[in-house]
Design a binder for this molecule. Structure first.
Ligand code: BES
Ligand code: MN
Ligand code: ZN
Length: 517
């Protein structure tokens, strides 16, 4: 009864999503031929400086005149388009506000680049130049990485099922001051490209509608991608999971005609001394099951965003050359109601022997992750990091603006917080008070999967702690940040839909660069 599974196998990520090309050029900003040239303008500088000043001079003061006429204040994200009418080879100038100079961070740079590219697409500029503002506190390599991330992620649209009605930026030229800087910037382009393309890979998976992405398809994509980039990949089907005693994961899958899968991907470089397990919630559709949801159902294709982030991260590791062995484990399943479905009151035994009373079938993520975490722990990794769109509680706490991190190992949490900060992904720790576990006990099983209402994110997390076998573990509840409902967010490089949250944090963490960038 899988008559609605499409036979076509679209590629991941979609070609359009990553079609922007980059070059680093030694051209002077006033000499670059392009459809639009982006120049950054700080909020608090009385006169234009750097590239903006040179362009203004070549334009005979036109830029500063128009900026003054329009009362352009340089606020972060503000833009102004000035036509050059042939006075310089660039056909338009896109002035972009950088905010106050004193608070300029890597993320301001990332946002400014995204704003330029979005504005360029709107005015149908295909060839875009970016004249980097002079920011002595940021090295050229990391600033370039941030600009490339901002450009690709800002230009991103999910176009597999819809024709584009705005312009498309095809080429971005970043201007370098000298050959030494050019070399560093080229390294930044490669890294930015890698981080952004991986994020796009996750976004595409999250945006893919659930009829096109059942668990079996997700596993196929993982297998194909792993082959392409040279990773090991194995997929456990229902019988393989039964043999391992994964009754918890299997129970959640019972209601759907689409069978569950456990996807295992491995990156194993020669010199690795450590193994890190990344575990992802891959609920390809979460209806709530018998505890059927009454709202947000149209978002629930995004309930595999944790799994998407894990797969997207893994596929980038060979190119990144990360120095650590990484094991990716994704529990892929659909949560639907039917005559076969798991019922409130059912008791299941996870593969580590612990029993769980399923008192709410909509708290399915922690149940499938119980088996996925126990499986990962059995491989004896040095650390386990899971990503899951686990709770509405985390959304209530943070709006769409930050994900929650919880765990049993404070240093691991600190390292993840630092990596997230570096990557421009907001992450905030919540405390796992022991009393939360008391609330997750069942009178007739070791645990119940749903506690009482308040502290929901922590109760979900502490439930999962019971399955990591005491290993250092951190859980990222990415329900707030995985999917943006409408253009509620004001971040120009995070458009509506799947965000790819977590990928750049994990790549930063695994590359071990969080203290150098
Ligand atoms: N996938 C949802 C969490 C979610 C909700 C993500 C809204 C994104 C937006 C999860 O499976 C769920 O339903 N959690 C329940 C748990 C509760 C029943 C204990 C929740 O948070 O309401
Ligand atoms: Mn649910
Ligand atoms: Zn869910």
């Amino acid at each position: 009864m899988q008559h609605n599974v499409p036979i076509a196998h679209p590629s991941f990520p979609t070609e359009e999503s990553v079609a922007v090309e980059f070059a680093v050029s030694l051209d002077a900003p006033e000499a670059l031929a392009c459809d639009a040239l982006g120049v950054g303008i700080a909020a608090d500088s009385p006169a234009l400086d750097g590239a903006a000043a040179r362009v203004d001079k070549a334009l005979g003061g036109l830029l500063s005149t128009v900026l003054a006429e329009e009362k352009f204040d340089g606020k972060l994200g503000s833009t102004l388009v000035v036509h050059t009418h042939g006075r310089i080879p660039a056909r338009k100038i896109i002035a972009v506000g950088l905010g106050s100079k004193s608070s300029l961070s890597l993320d301001h740079v990332r946002r400014a680049a995204a704003t330029v590219v979005r504005q360029a697409a709107r005015v149908h500029a295909a060839r875009v130049g970016i004249a980097p503002a002079l920011i002595p506190s940021l090295g050229p390599e990391e600033a370039t990485q941030a600009r490339v991330e901002g450009a690709i992620l800002g230009a991103y649209r999910f176009l597999r099922y819809k024709r584009d009605e705005v312009g498309h930026v095809a080429h971005v030229t970043l201007l370098a001051a000298d050959p030494a800087q050019q070399k560093l910037m080229e390294a930044g382009v490669s890294r930015g490209r890698l981080f952004a393309d991986a994020t796009v890979f996750a976004r595409d998976l999250v945006n893919e509608p659930p009829n096109h992405l059942p668990p079996v398809r997700l596993a196929e994509i993982a297998t194909e991608t792993a082959r392409k980039v040279g990773l090991k990949c194995s997929v456990l089907d229902v019988n393989a999971m039964k043999a391992l005693g994964m009754e918890a994961l299997l129970a959640i899958g019972l209601g759907s005609d689409q069978p569950p899968r456990l996807i295992v991907v491995e990156y194993s470089p020669a010199k690795a001394r450590q193994t890190i397990a990344l575990v992802g919630k891959g609920v390809c559709y979460d209806s709530g099951g018998i505890n059927l949801k009454t709202q947000d159902l149209e978002w629930m294709k995004s309930d595999m965003a944790g799994g998407a982030a894990v797969l997207a991260t893994l596929q980038a590791l060979p190119a990144l050359g990360a120095p650590v062995r990484v094991l990716g484990v994704v529990a892929a399943v659909e949560n639907l109601p039917s005559g076969h479905a798991v019922k409130p009151g059912d008791i299941v035994r996870a593969m580590n022997g612990k029993t769980v009373e399923i008192n709410n079938t909509d708290a399915e993520g922690r149940v499938i992750l119980a088996d996925a975490l126990a499986y990962a722990a059995q491989q004896r990794p040095d650390e386990i990091i899971d990503l899951a769109t686990l709770t509405g509680s985390a959304l209530v706490a943070f709006g769409y603006l930050a994900a929650a991190v919880m765990g049993n190992d404070p240093p691991l949490i600190q390292r993840l917080l630092a990596a997230a900060q570096q990557a421009g992904e907001r992450l905030w720790e919540l405390p796992l008070y022991e009393e939360f576990l008391d609330n997750m006990r069942s009178p007739i099983a070791d645990l119940r999967n749903s506690g009482s209402r308040f502290g929901g994110a922590q109760k979900g997390a502490i439930f999962m702690r019971e399955f990591v076998d005491g290993r250092p573990w951190a859980h990222l509840d990415i329900a707030p940040t995985a999917f943006l409902d409408k253009e509620e967010g004001t971040n120009p490089y995070v458009p509506t839909g799947g965000t790819g949250y977590g990928v750049r944090t994990l790549l930063t963490y695994l590359a071990g660069t969080s203290n150098t960038m």
